[in-house]
Write a protein that binds this ligand. Structure first.
Ligand SMILES: Nc1nc2c(c(=O)[nH]1)N[C@H]1C(S)=C(S)[C@@H](COP(=O)(O)O)O[C@H]1N2
Ligand SMILES: [Mo]
Length: 514
């Protein structure tokens, strides 16, 4: 009791300084943007798992009624995507590419805001508000909970300025839930998981980390709703004046209430404005975000190169019994040529290696199979959220490229598929799927042109007769049904200039490491 009285005395001296009030408000703005962009990301694969395999039926929760046929290749991850309204998610309408940009940029700002808050918290003594210093916080919190459960409100003297239950909740938000989000977030990055394979294991695997990240979000969402409600219900004349004016002053309640309402409306308007601004010109949003994020990516994830093969992270027994897929093989007259080659068991298949080279080369599958072979068991990470582990065999891309002499100025490698894009920017007629790779991706040891999957020639669904594997980036760069490889000067002069089909038509990032 003496303890409480003492700290209460100290607390009332602390007040609610402007930095604290500002950080609190900015946090609300950022949390909303994070949760809303998180919804958009989740809606692109609305299933959560504990196991890395992601087999249909193994999810612990799903937010879709769609049933997944269990034969591989009958259903594609893109068929599973849901559409959310821009009123709910950021930006809304199946735009995970832009949602991921928002999520990354706001995370950075949210962490900065959080750092400033925590540093000042400990620098000023304000921490005593939310860090319990006596075990009595637990029985006291239990008493408060009983009062709330009976739709009552603890009397004012329990709030010093927070009551025990409130203090415990705030402590959990700042020192448990927020750090949990920060440590599970990077597990979504294929570059992080490829380079530090032990890291996802701390959480029970890549999908377990994704599930924990979701549960953290659910906690934040429920907390925020309860928190805002209680602020208006429990001694609002004290709470609101403290929150916006800096001290409990029931006489200025009307002013505080007006400011709170204006603040909340302003935040909601900004949340929605972010959606409609993004949707009004998706290409502009993509270009702006790319400029903002690229310098940070270069300093961080771009330095991470997969070690899944060299560290033998996965073994035969880890191979997924079911592997999700994206990008159907060419059907009908989409690519008569691919159909003809397939009819002849790929005997006439030739991989063309050309572009800015002195002399183009073409290779048959037998030529490729005669080259030094590399086999790797790795985890595939689709940006939508699912993963799958498989064994891939093929030849290193850099070995194949060594067979040609590139011309000066050739910097990027463009790979083109027999298969068509699912959609094009501006509703143009569908063109073949393509992707460009920057030099550092081409150079990676685990970048291969694979012709075998799990010791058998590539199944049609998974890219027959030849597909790309890069183990430190997201799946959308891993082009299947490869027809040709070209050295090009710049990806900005290919296609719509964004670096690949998904970048051009779905506004995804050319940099696919996170
Ligand atoms: N030709 C072609 N390749 C493609 C795609 C596509 O649509 N067309 N989708 C990509 C995406 S988004 C992913 S996640 C992987 C999926 O590989 P999988 O089908 O082998 O699982 O293929 C990539 N390669
Ligand atoms: Mo993907």
């Amino acid at each position: 009791m003496i303890n409480v009285a003492l700290s209460a005395g100290a607390d009332s001296e602390l007040g609610f300084p402007a930095w604290l009030r500002a950080a609190h408000f900015i946090n609300l703005l950022f949390m909303g943007l994070l949760i809303r962009s998180g919804f958009e990301i989740l809606s692109s694969h609305p299933r959560l798992y504990w196991r890395n395999d992601c087999g249909p039926g193994t999810e612990w929760i799903r937010f879709t009624k769609k049933k997944v046929p269990s034969e591989e290749g009958a259903y594609f991850a893109r068929d599973d995507e849901c559409t959310l309204s821009p009123l709910i998610s950021l930006p809304g309408r199946k735009n995970i590419g832009i949602a991921r940009y928002w999520h990354g940029v706001i995370t950075t700002l949210w962490i900065l805001n959080g750092l400033v808050y925590v540093v000042l918290l400990f620098g000023t003594g304000e921490w005593r508000r939310i860090v319990p210093t006596s075990w009595s916080v637990f029985p006291d919190a239990w008493e408060s909970l009983k009062i709330y459960a009976g739709f009552g409100v603890p009397s004012l003297e329990h709030f010093q300025p927070y009551d025990a239950l409130q203090q415990l909740m705030y402590f959990t938000v700042v020192f448990v839930a927020a750090p949990l989000m920060i440590v599970t977030g990077p597990v979504m990055s294929p570059a992080v998981v490829g380079r530090f394979p032990w890291y996802p294991k701390l959480f029970g695997g890549r999908q377990a980390a994704r599930s924990l990240h979701f549960l953290g979000m659910a906690f934040f969402a429920v907390f925020t709703v309860m928190h805002v409600t209680l602020v208006f219900v429990v001694h609002p004349d004290h709470n609101l004046t403290q929150m916006v004016l800096g001290e409990a002053d029931p006489a200025r309640f009307a002013q505080a209430l007006t400011m709170t309402i204006i603040g909340l409306v302003g935040v909601v308007v900004l949340w929605l404005a972010a959606s409609y601004w993004s949707l009004s010109d998706l290409r502009r949003s993509q270009v702006i975000f790319e400029r903002l994020t690229e310098p940070i990516r270069r300093m961080t994830v771009n330095r991470l190169v997969s070690r899944q093969r060299s560290k033998q992270v996965w073994t035969e027994k880890d191979i997924s019994p079911y592997h999700w897929s994206n990008g159907r093989h060419p059907v009908g007259d989409e690519s008569p040529e691919w159909g003809r080659l397939r009819g002849n068991d790929w005997k006439d298949y030739r991989l063309e290696i050309g572009g800015l080279v002195d002399e183009p080369v073409s290779l048959s599958l037998d030529d490729l199979r005669a080259m030094p072979r590399q086999t790797q068991i790795t985890m595939h990470t689709c940006m939508q959220g699912w993963t799958g582990i498989a064994k891939w065999s093929g030849v290193r891309l850099k070995d194949v490229l060594d067979l040609v002499e590139k011309k000066p100025g050739a910097r990027y490698v463009k790979l083109t598929s027999f298969g068509l894009a699912q959609k094009m920017h501006g509703g143009k007629p569908l063109e073949p799927y393509y992707t460009c790779l920057p030099p550092e991706v081409v150079e990676e040891d685990e970048t291969i042109l694979a012709f075998d999957m799990n010791d058998k020639p590539l199944p049609l669904t998974f890219g027959a007769p030849l597909r790309l594997r890069v183990e430190s980036i997201h799946g959308y760069k891993m082009i299947k049904y490869i027809r040709s490889i070209e050295w090009v000067e710049d990806y900005r002069t290919e296609g719509d200039g964004r670096g690949g089909t998904r970048e051009d038509s779905s506004y995804q990032s050319f940099n696919a490491r996170i």
